[in-house]
Unconditional design. Structure first.
Length: 241
């Protein structure tokens, strides 16, 4: 049987956002792409907390598995890997960060996320999907990909996304910068060529990770797995030339 890979999506996405990567993986992996609490079919799931999501992954996955995550899903994946170090055989992070190290900066971000959550709740999902697409780090998607992302965002609800911001947002989760050296498994850091901020983050992470590799996806932005799914699948399967 092919090894399992658990794929964790980013904020406002759903497990369906991994469909093209899953197809490109072929029979080399058995992909599991759940909707994280607050998103998609799990929009009404409560509580939306880090502990609950780690429990969901632990219950879903087999005894050992590869774990991949994008953006928010990558941040959550880091927490899962530290909570289940004997089960996660390999960690793949796409446009992900260990969080905000400075407590004051994290507090400011948490207040901003809380404000945004209030605004999300007063919006329709269509309004927020259009608004979120204009976030600077997310712009520049090819038109076809942008349309697919918009449809994917409509699978969620404003209430669910607001709960996700409050429970899983960058300001809500503790920084993992001091704990990166504890990761016993190999870590793949995938970043888009146009994603300067997260290329710099990946370089910083490489200074403290025990075993890692950085792969830059040419021409891609923050959501490299959406823009170049075949390339990302090749990196995941270690077949990249």
């Amino acid at each position: 049987m092919a090894p399992t890979i658990v794929l964790l999506h980013g904020f406002t996405h759903s497990g369906a956002s991994w469909d093209r990567v899953a197809a490109a993986l072929g029979e080399r992996y058995r992909p599991l792409a759940p909707d994280i609490r607050g998103h998609g079919v799990a929009s009404a799931a409560v509580p939306v907390s880090l502990e609950a999501v780690i429990g969901d992954v632990a219950a879903l996955a087999p005894p050992t598995f590869t774990l991949a995550g994008y953006s928010m899903g990558g941040r959550v994946a880091l927490h899962v890997a530290l909570a289940l170090p004997q089960r996660v055989r390999r960690l793949v992070l796409i446009g992900a960060s260990p969080g905000i190290a400075d407590p004051d900066e994290r507090s400011v971000r948490r207040k901003a996320d809380e404000k945004l959550a209030d605004e999300v709740q007063r919006s329709t999902i269509e309004e927020f999907a259009r608004r979120w697409a204009q976030t600077p780090v997310l712009t520049g998607l090819p038109a076809e990909v942008a349309r697919e992302v918009y449809v994917d965002r409509l699978r969620s609800t404003p209430q669910g996304l607001a709960r996700a911001l409050r429970g899983l947002g960058t300001g809500a989760l503790p920084s993992l910068w001091p704990r990166l050296g504890e990761l016993p498994m190999p870590v793949e850091l995938i970043v888009g060529e146009r994603d300067r901020k997260f290329r710099e983050t990946a370089a910083r992470m490489g200074l403290v990770l025990p075993a890692y590799r950085v792969e830059v996806v040419a021409g891609a932005g923050h959501a490299a797995h959406l823009e170049a799914p075949e390339r990302v699948a090749a990196i995941i399967t270690l077949t990249v030339p």
